[in-house]
Ligand binder design. Structure first.
Ligand SMILES: Cc1cc2nc3c(=O)[nH]c(=O)nc-3n(C[C@H](O)[C@H](O)[C@H](O)COP(=O)(O)O)c2cc1C
Ligand SMILES: O=C(O)C(=O)c1ccccc1
Length: 387
């Protein structure tokens, strides 16, 4: 089996004939390229976070608090990065976190399709947001043989929620990720300063506009009156009343694996487990919702309470080394958000694929050079706490 770090050898080899890599190699470089292509308000929407953005910075900085302890002569020249998740084998532990504005981040207006093509090309599963600029069925058709997940924002109209889940099942998604931390919008100074919010202008609402139950709630179709349809969406999106009492209803919605996103407290993990969910998704939403604390700090407690149930982690993952550290702290799979989002903005499917391959190559090399051959070898004692 080829190591994922063959990617960097490929760059040196094509460099012999004068060819440079098509995209920047660093997170900062990709963000800068994406910024040069995006409308400034959209750039700020993606780049920004809630409050003073301390949670967002903390998510990233937390990784610097850990170091990887190298082991020598351990036979890690060939690595196996594969994981088991919800009964399937994935070649790597990397995932693409849901981004509800991907559609308009690419110049084509079909950024969700671009991301899905990157998933198809890499085998890295994409968690498609409820907020898509193309209907989930069209996105699923671009995923190739890579399983996709559908992220549900639970509308306060239960029949619409049920319809979205039925469609995700019919479209072949491999699991439902219910995001709990965004029942209303966080305090986002950048967006407030611009007085813009993409979805309130009707962007990325195609999963609703194409939904028969949502459409049945409208006096005029979205094609006839987009503003009225957007207004109906705005009234339906938030679900402040959703509580643990609704978990049984959520569980009964589907036989697919059910994963709860935004869980950080061990007691919430236990409630979720008692309610029959299949996975926990530990995340601080990339620092876009509450002013909280670095997500990485919550991960060990979440993993302990999960008692072997899979834990997906995101928030602040920027490099392959970060992926390895999150795995060492107990994550089963690790997702990136903004990194591949910038890839979509900078270069569509090719840009996202580039970002994902860079992260994978670095994760693979980190494992190899530090002497860890498989994901099972990545345990907490491979890390050292730094002052
Ligand atoms: C622009 C943007 C839009 C997002 N939209 C969604 C969404 O629709 N649903 C969701 O569950 N999370 C959403 N998230 C949060 C991500 O899924 C993920 O938790 C976060 O981006 C991880 O942090 P990172 O960007 O530091 O990698 C969004 C994040 C960004 C940056
Ligand atoms: O911007 C986000 O992070 C997000 O998840 C969201 C939430 C509500 C509406 C649109 C996007």
């Amino acid at each position: 089996m080829a190591n994922f770090s063959d990617f960097n050898m490929g760059i040196y080899l094509t460099g012999l004939s004068g060819q440079k890599p098509p995209f920047p190699l660093t997170y900062a470089g990709m963000e800068e390229l994406a910024k040069s292509k995006l409308d400034p308000e959209l750039y700020d929407y993606v780049a920004g976070g809630s409050g003073d953005e301390a949670t967002q910075r903390g998510n990233v900085d937390a990784f610097a608090g850990w170091g990887v302890v190298p082991r020598m002569l351990s036979g890690a020249a060939e690595r196996d990065l594969s994981i088991e998740l919800f009964g399937r084998t994935y070649a790597t532990p990397l995932m693409m976190a849901p981004i509800g504005v991907l559609g308009v981040m690419h110049e084509s207006g079909h950024g969700d399709l671009e991301a899905a093509r990157a998933a198809a090309a890499t085998g890295i599963p994409m968690i498609g947001s409820t907020l898509m600029q193309d209907p989930m069925e069209t996105v699923a058709a671009e995923l190739g043989s890579t399983p996709g997940f559908y992220q549900l924002y639970t509308p306060n109209d239960r029949e619409v929620a049920e319809s979205l889940v039925r469609r995700a099942e019919a479209a072949g998604y491999a699991g439902i990720v219910v995001t709990l931390d965004t029942w209303t919008l966080g305090w986002r100074p950048r967006d407030l300063q611009h007085a813009t919010f993409p979805q309130l202008r009707g962007y990325c609402l195609e999963n609703y506009f194409s939904d028969p139950v949502f459409r049945s709630r409208l006096a005029k179709t979205p094609e006839e009156d987009r503003d009225a349809a957007t207004f109906t969406w705005a009234l339906m999106f938030g679900n402040p009343g959703l509580s643990w009492d609704d978990l049984q209803w959520l569980r009964d919605l589907t036989d697919l694996p059910l994963i709860l996103k935004g869980i950080c407290h061990p007691d919430d993990v236990r409630r979720a487990r008692d309610g029959g969910v299949d996975g926990i998704y530990c995340s601080t939403h990339g620092g876009r919702q509450v002013a909280s604390a670095p997500a990485l700090g919550f991960l060990p407690g979440v993993v302990a309470a999960a008692e072997g149930m899979p834990v997906v982690f995101d928030s602040g993952v920027r490099t392959g080394v970060d992926v390895v550290k999150a795995l060492a702290l107990g994550a089963t799979a690790v997702a990136v958000g903004r990194p591949y989002g910038w890839g979509v903005a900078a270069g569509g499917a090719a840009g996202a694929e580039h970002v994902l391959r860079c992260i994978l190559a670095e994760a693979d090399l980190t494992m190899g050079l530090n002497g860890y051959r498989t994901i099972a070898d990545i345990t907490p004692d491979m890390l050292v706490r730094l002052p």
